[in-house]
Ligand binder design. Structure first.
Ligand SMILES: Cc1cc2nc3c(=O)[nH]c(=O)nc-3n(C[C@H](O)[C@H](O)[C@H](O)COP(=O)(O)OP(=O)(O)OC[C@H]3O[C@@H](n4cnc5c(N)ncnc54)[C@H](O)[C@@H]3O)c2cc1C
Length: 462
């Protein structure tokens, strides 16, 4: 992704000296909003702290290949993003075919998801693997630890369906699990967790029951998601000011001013804060943020993620029928997937998440590379040491994100409190992935939030 070349014209379009809207953040939400304002003939300035647009979309060039170190996947229902991809002329591709490898208790099993033409998404793969591990451990414990089983009798009597809904996080896997475990004894809502564990402990291994189909079909752009961010930025480059970090906001009901670290002030009728909500705590608000907002923001789980990529001369794992997707119940990198472009080198990505990301953030890139390779060797074998390149991005250490993709595998708190935090604050409005009640945490949610907030602001200015 290229920063704004110096030669591009810059015009800070204003009406009577005051800009209609100042947007803080040129991620997908800020860019979507900027385009909407311009389409409606409004004046807008976008202030972006980084020297690039895209925010948590980050495509790096590696020998002529675009590799995503941030957001990468689109799922069914992401209509706006699919439409943008089409407009941008970006070709989309699905996960690679082949078996998914699951490593539990040090044993690698191959799941033939591809036999029915359906592959699991990376998130589903991880979710599925963790669900299998938890069920197998529970089944073992119920039979080896009668004291524990008796102490937890009430909990074990819950319907299996409820356990599935509360322990598995992706709807596709919840459905697949219900179908799979329904084969054990009928309707999962009519079967107790204890009954299911008894059957699992006394019958074939759980994996023997897998004939999973219907996993969500994800798509990713060949050449990287950065193309879509650039496509949006192409509509408003002259309104974007890169490497401009906002440190404070003065506001009242009629207007607001963004103050930058170099002392520049941008006054507008409205300021749209399109940066990760938790970073608002670093801004100096005048008047100060209401106590409830500060407390709510401070109490949120933000998450942490280091996305890592290994490049090989070829996607050699496909020769063995493997899809490159794996899920493991231990190790620093617990799921991986193949993101090779057609006819390109072999590329496998994985991520250090949450506690593993926090702990690994203190290590060197070389140490993280070694750890990732070791994790892959544990599943794919020694050939995984033959990589020719390593790329990573530590989103937790990156001061302009200082977190990750909040909703994936997090407690989902943003879904509940995001809409509340998105309420206007005087002339300050909020947009971004964490605010909407639909597609919360995803690109689609960020884009829609940007458009919706822009439209609400335009109505409020009419
Ligand atoms: C590793 C990773 C993988 C992901 N994978 C997927 C995926 O596959 N599919 C999916 O749909 N979503 C995915 N996501 C989530 C997705 O990236 C986000 O939901 C989305 O990009 C958020 O967009 P946004 O515009 O709300 O925020 P951001 O993209 O965070 O944009 C906010 C912008 O504000 C800027 N900013 C911050 N502070 C300041 C300041 N003080 N002054 C000025 N500017 C500032 C930032 O630099 C940034 O450009 C992933 C996220 C991560 C981290």
């Amino acid at each position: 992704m290229h920063p704004l070349p110096d030669s591009r014209p810059r015009c800070w379009v204003t009406v009577n000296g005051v800009t209609d809207v100042v947007i803080i953040g040129a991620g997908i939400a800020g860019l979507a909003a900027a385009g909407e304002f311009l389409d409606q003939g409004r004046s807008v300035v976008v202030l972006e702290a980084r020297d690039r647009v895209g925010g948590r979309i980050l495509t790096r060039d590696h020998g002529g290949i675009g590799i995503d170190l941030g957001a990468q996947w689109l799922s069914p229902g992401n209509e706006s993003m699919f439409y943008l991809a089409e407009q941008a002329g970006v070709q989309l591709i699905g996960p690679s075919e082949g078996s998914v490898l699951v490593r539990t208790d040090g044993v690698v099993r191959s799941l033939g998801f591809s036999d029915q033409g359906a592959a699991l998404s990376p998130f589903e793969t991880a979710d599925f693997g963790q669900g299998v591990v938890r069920l197998r451990r529970l089944a073992e414990r119920v039979h080896t630890d009668p004291t524990w089983a008796s102490a937890n009798e009430v909990w074990l009597s819950q319907p299996l369906g409820r356990w599935i809904r509360t322990n598995l996080r992706t709807p596709g896997v919840q459905r697949n699990f219900s179908v799979l475990l329904g084969r054990l004894g009928g309707d999962p809502d009519a079967l107790s967790l204890r009954q299911a564990l008894d059957i699992i402990a006394s019958s074939n291994d759980l994996e023997d029951l897998y004939t999973v189909s219907g996993g969500l079909r994800l798509r990713r752009p060949i050449g990287g998601m950065g193309q879509i961010a650039e496509h949006l930025a192409d509509r408003c480059w002259e309104n974007i000011r890169l490497s401009t970090r906002v440190t404070g906001i003065e506001y009242d009901p009629q207007s607001a001013t963004a103050i930058c670290d170099d002392g520049q002030r941008f006054e507008a009728n409205r300021v749209l804060l399109a940066m990760p909500p938790w970073l608002a705590l670093n801004l100096d608000f005048n008047p100060p943020l209401p106590a409830w907002r500060t407390e709510m923001l401070a109490a949120q789980t933000v998450g942490a993620s280091i996305k890592a990529v290994l490049v090989y001369d070829t996607p050699w794992w496909r020769e063995h029928g493997a899809s490159g997707q794996m899920s493991a119940d231990d190790g620093a990198v617990r799921f991986t997937f193949d993101i090779s472009d057609p006819n390109g080198p072999g590329v496998i990505t994985g991520s250090f998440d949450d506690d593993e990301a926090v702990a690994s953030s203190a290590l060197t890139p070389q140490e993280r590379e070694n750890i990732f390779v070791d994790c892959l060797v544990g599943v794919l074998g020694p050939r995984a040491t033959g990589h020719s390149g390593y790329l990573e991005h530590d989103w937790y250490a990156d001061e302009f994100t200082a977190g990750a993709h909040s909703p994936h595998f997090a407690p989902g708190a943003w879904r509940v409190q995001g809409p509340q935090l998105g309420e206007p604050l005087g002339a300050v409005r909020f947009a971004g992935a964490e605010y909407p009640d639909r597609n919360n945490g995803y690109l689609e949610g960020a884009y829609r939030s940007g458009i919706e907030q822009a439209q609400a602001i335009i109505r409020s200015l009419a």
